[in-house]
Write a protein that binds this ligand. Structure first.
Ligand SMILES: O=C(O)c1ccccc1NCC(=O)[C@H](O)[C@H](O)COP(=O)(O)O
Length: 256
């Protein structure tokens, strides 16, 4: 059965082929801002606050958002990083969103996209990204190692995303220092915070920094995930739909 992830990756292959055919090169001397150092220094759970216009599971979420305005509110209220979704066909984001946020916000930026090739990593760095997402379900071991190494060689942090035990084993074998546990099943779209609890009850929390991702709505959720061992949260939809974005950001930053 073809999953949404298969469809997204098929589109990415077209995008990468196009990037490689174009004469563009992505060179930059920029030194990325470390998210890892920021999490380690933080006395609260760290928050990656996402700019997300639309998604395959929810359709349009907030098409009118100004990414710079939204990211500025995130940063001013204690977010530790901003995730900018740059995929266009499925999430209605753009690389220009990332560049605009970089020009206005100082905290680290996650280029939230579906990375399958080095050229996307080079583009991310040149466009202001500090953190790269590698999704275990979308990559084989050889690809994960190669793309992880390439990102690290370019000074970028890497968020390695897993959803089950087999993927967690692969991320740990990579010696990834930041591992995201996605509470969303990318086949059914169901989100369940128990995924983070289940995986963190089985793996030593000292092995990496663990980020709980997706389906996080309230301060109670943040406390629950902190108690499960997460050091950081990735939150999109809740912040994109919040009536008071500033207060919602602050409410999620629970003490460790
Ligand atoms: O959000 C989706 O529908 C989705 C579908 C397929 C692949 C990835 C998807 N989301 C990317 C994300 O990881 C989330 O945007 C992120 O974890 C925040 O989730 P949420 O707080 O539930 O918006």
């Amino acid at each position: 059965m073809t999953t949404i992830l298969d469809k997204i990756i098929d589109k990415k292959r077209e995008e990468v082929a196009f990037l490689k055919k174009s004469a563009l090169t992505y060179k930059t001397d920029r030194i990325p801002t470390s998210f890892y150092d920021r999490i380690i220094a933080s006395k609260t759970i760290a928050l990656i606050a996402e700019v997300k216009r639309a998604s395959p599971s929810k359709g349009d979420i907030n098409l009118g958002v100004d990414p710079v305005e939204q990211a500025t509110i995130y940063a001013q209220n204690g977010a530790d990083a901003v995730s900018v979704l740059t995929d266009t066909p499925f999430f209605k984001g753009t690389m220009d969103d990332l560049k605009a946020v970089k020009a206005n916000v100082e905290i680290p930026l996650l280029n939230k996209d579906f990375i399958i090739d080095e050229i996307q990593i080079d583009r991310a760095k040149a466009s202001g990204g500090d953190i790269i997402l590698l999704i275990a379900a979308a990559l084989n071991d050889e690809e994960m190692h190669r793309l992880y190494r390439h990102s690290k060689e370019h000074g970028l942090d890497v968020l390695v995303e897993v959803h089950n035990e087999a993927e967690m084993e692969r991320a740990l074998a990579l010696e990834a220092n930041i591992i995201g546990i996605n509470n969303r099943d990318l086949h059914s779209f169901k989100t369940d915070l128990a995924v983070t609890e289940r995986l963190l009850s089985q793996y030593g929390k000292e092995k990496a920094i663990f980020v709980s991702e997706s389906g996080i709505k309230t301060k109670e959720d943040a406390i629950r995930l902190k108690e499960a061992g997460a050091r950081a949260l990735l939150v999109g939809e809740t912040l994109m739909l919040a009536g008071d974005v500033a207060a919602t950001v602050r409410s999620l930053k629970v003490e460790l």
